[in-house]
Design a protein around this ligand. Structure first.
Ligand code: MRU
Length: 368
């Protein structure tokens, strides 16, 4: 992603090599603040408090967190404690567990003196891999969008309208993003896109982050209230929905930001294609039934009862929305059953949301 003409990523190694630096996403879109993570504890705080968020970025941050731990205490016990702490930060995105398991499997057979460097190298490789996976998702998804655009143009349309929920863009990964990668690639190819950006209460990742990214990239978009999507679909103003996923089951169910399921229902009712973009590490081959088996993160009720924004003096302020004494509930994700998903867009291509579809792209997982 280019910000003011400069190539930028969401996470990078600090110039002195002693830390990683990240963009504090809780300050966006109003402030661009960079934070330095020097310890596993700081990496855990960054994930828990959502300075970084989005499944792929959480995974890479956790890998660096474990590498930072290994630089201080590379014993089996030290690594196990750090991995446990990092794994407990957010329960739903499987990339977190995947990244920690990968680092542990790679470094545990090594002598402790070599583990820190090996973990650091691997975290860097995982960051590069994520960029390549997301770019490939973008290329496959752009083919879909170009085909949709050809149909719409033939029917007299002036633009292709895409709806997305939450932020599954560059800010949710290291670069490109998952659901927004096809949008960026198709935009580069000249498809006249317009994106309906669900605000995504309660944390407003759409209004704050997706809108910020699309702005930087010069992609036409409008922020809409979460409840507007169904109405727009009923009136033919949405040509396709594209979202990301924090965990995809072996049967093709997808777990994504709360409210995704309602968009999928509305899309199904209105014959609008509903695509889900994901890199391989987001598939949890151990889980079959998304509704029953995926742990859903419950976050603080304060995220529902109040809202953060820029106050008249320019500083970020939280204001209370609800009456004193009204309790709130805040499940952060929901599961969309595979039957509502038109197709999955992965780094290996596009497939039906089903075990057979996934195994066609990931044959090495047969029998897993
Ligand atoms: O709670 P968040 O902001 O981490 O949720 C992020 C999402 O729901 C994304 O859609 C998901 O991680 C897919 S990301 C590329």
């Amino acid at each position: 992603m280019k910000i003011d003409g400069r190539d930028s990523r969401t996470l990078w190694v600090a110039a002195d090599g002693g830390a990683v630096e990240i963009i504090d996403q809780t300050r966006l879109p109003h402030e661009f603040a960079v934070r330095r993570l020097e310890t596993a504890e700081e990496a855990a705080t960054a994930i828990r408090d959502m300075w970084v968020r989005g499944a792929p970025l959480i995974g890479v941050t956790a890998a660096y967190g474990l590498a930072l731990a290994a630089r201080h205490d590379a014993s089996d016990a030290g690594l196990a404690t750090a991995a446990q702490m990092l794994a407990a930060t957010r329960p739903t995105a499987v990339n977190l567990r995947w990244a920690l398991e990968r680092v542990l499997q790679t470094v545990t057979p090594l002598p402790p003196a070599e583990r820190g460097d090996a973990a650091w190298r691997l975290a860097g490789e995982m960051a590069e891999e994520d960029v390549a996976l997301c770019a490939a998702i973008g290329a496959h998804g752009a083919v879909l969008l170009e085909a949709l655009w050809r149909d719409r143009r033939a029917a007299g349309a002036e633009r292709l309208n895409i709806l997305t929920h939450c932020n599954a863009g560059w800010l949710a990964a290291i670069d490109w993003g998952t659901a927004l990668a096809p949008v960026y690639k198709a935009h580069e190819l000249g498809v006249p896109l317009h994106v309906w950006v669900d605000e995504t209460r309660p944390r407003n990742q759409g209004a704050a982050l997706t809108a910020r990214e699309l702005n930087w990239a010069g992609v036409s978009h409008s922020v809409i209230a979460d409840n507007a999507g169904g109405h727009l679909m009923q009136h033919g103003e949405v040509d396709a929905v594209i979202v990301g996923t924090d965990r995809t089951t072996a049967e093709g169910d997808v777990c994504n930001k709360i409210g995704t399921y309602l968009k999928a229902l509305a899309a199904h009712d209105n014959g609008v294609p509903f695509y889900v973009a994901l890199p391989g590490p987001t598939i949890d081959w151990r889980v079959q039934d998304g509704l029953r088996e995926i742990p859903i993160e419950e976050r603080s009720a304060a995220e529902v009862t109040s809202i953060v924004g820029r106050g008249p003096a320019g500083a970020l302020v939280a204001v209370q929305l609800t009456p004193d004494g009204s309790p709130a509930r805040n499940p952060a994700f929901d599961v969309t059953p595979a039957r509502l998903v038109t197709a999955l867009v992965t780094e290996r291509g596009v497939c039906p949301a089903s075990r057979a579809g996934l195994l066609r792209l990931y044959p090495e997982r047969a029998g897993a």
